[in-house]
Write a protein of this length. Structure first.
Length: 199
């Protein structure tokens, strides 16, 4: 599931012409990185994290999907109009979620990465939710859940980062880099939720 093979993932459009340009200048992006204290060193530790996580993706996704599935208010956003989970939708999102882990760790934090974060935000918002998979599901995921998800997605990744024998110092550095990236991504995903001029 390496980034270079990701073109085979249904609905995954990283780097494609169809991805809209995020409404941030390059300087805005650099300022956001600075605000979460994200540096080139963090990118290096994320690449290390990518190596650590590469063969654990399914285990991570099992944990996260069990978390979502055990909370009906979260599973709700993957259900049809009758409130039943849409298995194909969950399956397609799962594969892209796995690629998201690798993208978080392996992709350069450049314009293509920035633009795709904007696309991810649009897909959670009523602007584009359900469109990429052609499903008739709940039309919008509230912003509060995107923000709240920062904690479980960050807290639960640490044990996986510690499984390959790295020193505590390096595990902590990988974890902090992950935390910074996830926080920055959720900030970018929130763009469609803000009134023009407010974000």
């Amino acid at each position: 599931m390496a980034a270079e093979n990701a073109g085979f993932i249904p609905g995954y459009t990283f780097g494609e012409a169809s991805v809209p340009r995020a409404p941030l200048s390059d300087q805005d992006f650099e300022n956001l990185k600075a605000t979460v204290l994200f540096t080139e060193e963090d990118e290096r530790y994320l690449r290390m994290a990518g190596d650590v996580l590469a063969d654990q993706i399914d285990d991570v996704l099992d944990l996260w999907y069990n978390f979502v599935g055990s909370h009906p208010h979260l599973l709700h956003y993957f259900t049809n109009r009758q409130g039943e989970p849409i298995a194909e939708y969950l399956s397609r999102v799962r594969v892209r979620f796995g690629q998201w882990i690798l993208d978080t760790c392996q992709r350069p934090y450049d314009r293509a990465w920035l633009d795709y974060q904007y696309e991810i935000g649009l897909r959670h918002h009523r602007t584009k939710k359900n469109q990429i998979d052609g499903v008739d599901s709940v039309e919008h995921i509230p912003l509060r859940y995107l923000i709240a998800f920062i904690y479980p997605i960050t807290a639960t990744i640490r044990p996986f980062l510690a499984k390959k024998g790295h020193s505590e110092e390096k595990v902590e550095a990988m974890h902090q880099a992950w935390f910074k990236s996830v926080t920055m991504q959720v900030a970018l995903w929130s763009i469609p939720y803000a009134k023009e001029g407010d974000w």
